[in-house]
Design a protein around this ligand. Structure first.
Ligand code: PLP
Length: 375
């Protein structure tokens, strides 16, 4: 079996498993007695490691249960906490956001009367015009890199431009944390979301980096953990696993990036050279891990099944459309034609991908595309 869906999730790093197991016996980090204090100290260590690796203060690290939860807390919380009177009720976003952001923004529009302006995206998958940011808003939100195409977005420019209008910015960095160096303070965003399972940590734990001010207004009420922004008894083992995975991914970043990029480039060249009529939708600047391709005259869901039967696991990259045969909102926003968009696949590579995996994929893909085009 060859796995090409690292952007969806990836195998846990051994260091994360070890840290998770070591902390799995921890009790309530909020308790005052000895076992509680011990648990608290393990949690504090994880928080400090994360803060040091991502360029922020430990108090700005909020552990959540997922990237989705971090996005929800940040966007809804900043919207409701907004003191930017000139921008009251206005949200700025992009049309290529993950559903964790996209559906949250839509909910604010439907239920809280928000007006939403979208920054446009070019055919290359990059946000192409930041003018919307010159008018104040309650919150602006942008992904750092797109989960389908891997296209890296101009978040530094977005944050700077929004700051000039007094607008706080949330950055969905779920695809980026652990893959590019990040310094939260230098970036200047109000909040940033990440998710451990995307960089080799456990599934079920995420991160929200949140400045002291403006802090998101909590969505859930409870025991006051995590500055009250994300109350609930802490998952200490999850936090330990997350911190260990982040540490390893940043220590290994250059080595892993070089490995992943060279295999990704070999895969792209191999596909272009062996399959007719291919459109490569991943354009630079992009994450090293991503290769998004369209095969006009096919449909993505059939390709997934045909590849799966031959031992290859790949996806379209658009979770919300899985099982529904239509093109994703990301490709639609990029202006991709219906025929191209429907026949698209995302191959994402990771630290355990081998030359053999790429060879195996290239050996079966031409036949799979011919078969898919013949029905
Ligand atoms: N944002 C982006 C860009 C993602 O790619 C994902 C997951 O695919 C999420 C948010 C949601 O993260 P999680 O799976 O941790 O909820």
């Amino acid at each position: 079996m060859s796995y090409f869906d690292y952007a969806a999730t990836q195998p846990m790093r051994q260091s994360a498993i070890d840290a998770w197991v070591a902390a799995s016996g921890m009790l309530n980090a909020g308790a005052q007695y000895t076992s509680g204090r011990k648990s608290r100290s393990v949690l504090d260590d994880a928080r400090e490691t994360v803060a040091e690796l991502l360029g922020c203060e430990p108090i700005e690290v909020v552990f959540t249960a997922s990237g989705t939860e971090a996005d929800n807390i940040a966007i809804q919380g900043l919207f409701h906490a907004s003191t930017n009177e000139a921008g009251a009720g206005r949200i700025i976003s992009s049309p290529i956001e993950h559903s964790a952001v996209r559906d949250t923004v839509a909910r604010l529009e439907e239920q809280h009367g928000a007006t939403v302006d979208f920054m446009p995206v070019g055919r290359d998958g990059h946000i192409s015009d930041l003018t919307a940011l010159d008018t104040p808003a309650a919150v602006a939100t942008s992904m750092w890199a797109n989960n389908e195409t891997g296209a890296i977005q101009p978040v530094e420019d977005i944050v700077a431009r929004a700051a000039a209008a007094g607008t706080p910015v949330h950055v969905d960095a779920v695809q980026v944390v652990g893959k590019l160096p990040i310094n939260f303070h230098e970036l200047g965003a109000a909040t940033l979301a990440a998710s451990a399972h995307k960089f080799g940590g456990p599934r079920g734990i995420g991160l929200l980096l949140a400045k002291r001010t403006p802090a998101p207004r909590p969505l859930m009420l409870g025991g006051g953990q995590e500055r009250g922004i994300r109350p609930g008894t802490n998952d200490v083992a999850g936090a330990s696993g997350l911190a260990a995975a982040l540490k390893e991914s940043l220590e290994q970043l250059e080595k892993e990036s070089n490995h992943i990029r060279s295999l990704r480039d070999a895969l792209r060249d191999g596909i272009v050279n062996t399959v007719d009529d291919v459109v490569v939708n991943t354009t630079e600047p992009s994450l090293d891990s991503h290769l998004h391709v369209s095969f006009p005259g096919t449909d993505g869901d059939s390709l997934i099944l045909l590849l799966d039967q031959r031992g290859i696991e790949a996806a379209t990259g658009s979770a919300c459309h899985a099982g529904v045969n239509r093109m994703s909102h990301v490709l639609e926003a990029m202006g991709v034609s219906d025929d191209q968009g429907r026949g698209s696949l995302r191959f994402t590579l990771g630290r355990l991908t081998t030359k053999e995996d790429v060879k195996q994929l290239l050996a079966v893909l031409p036949e799979v595309i011919t078969l898919a085009r013949s029905v």
